[in-house]
Design a binder for this molecule. Sequence first.
Ligand code: ZN
Length: 326
Amino acid sequence: MTPDDFLRRLAAVRTHKRRDERAPHKPLLLLLALGRVARRQERLVPYEEVEPLLRELMQSFGSPKSAVRPQYPFRWLRTDQLWDVPRFRELSRNASGDFYVWQLRELGIEGGLPEDAYDVLRADTGLLWQAVGEILREHFPESLHREIRDAAGIPEDGIAWEADVEEALPTPAVRERESGPPTFYSFLTRRRRRDPLFRKRVLDAYEERCSVCDLDIRLGERLLGVEAAHIQWHSHGGPDQVANGLALCLLHHKALDRGALGLEERKGTGFNVLISRDVRGERTGSLVDFSGRRIRPPRTRAMALGEKFVGWHRREVFRGQPSTPT
Ligand SMILES: [Zn+2]
């Protein structure tokens, strides 16, 4: 297997992301597997060992719509040729083709990357980091990358790809020369460029303050901790338009992307803040005190948030109705 073969398989997994709907379960299992390679751990891991880790990742970063069932990606990533369950034939499957969790546990069933994929990743650290970066960018907003990497046990070394993707990655041209004819860079070329003016336009629309809490700290002239957030994630088709952006402080940006904070339209007069019932802690005021409050409207009506982007966020990200663990 060449690095390109591996990237081609990785690109094919993506087709399971339907239009703008989130489907992050397989990517999360892949990140766990890549973390094992990065830490030089063995290829195979018992289901019982991977289950709690995957469950936690799915609960924290999965789609709020779908139930948390770690056995699904453990079963179905296999069809993408990116997962191997050597004792597959010993397992019974139900009518939908799913494994039975009790059996996975009782028989001590192991899974892991297929041998060819594991070997090519072990031999090519650049490929490993590239794969991690591709998965993160395809499925999650940048504000969550570090957190997800930590949760998946992926060490820091891959930091380069986070700063500026286009420059930090080995360029397609280099790899193409290495491996012959023009190859599949579908996901590198397909990646949508970001509009460099998005940040400026959004901050300007909201007068450089957090639209939830009004924070507007500066150090000298430069803003400190106020960012332009996408409502519908850029990775999921969200455009770089002011109608899809909000100026938010670091906390409220993170809360938006994790689904702790959501928005709901109030009849004709802008949007209210929603706070997930799952928020916990003793000093949660910086978040829960804003529940039901109106967000700061933009300077002009033409800059108003688009309801369809808010709707996407409420459907795909906001943890209004937590999924029940199995
Ligand atoms: Zn704020």
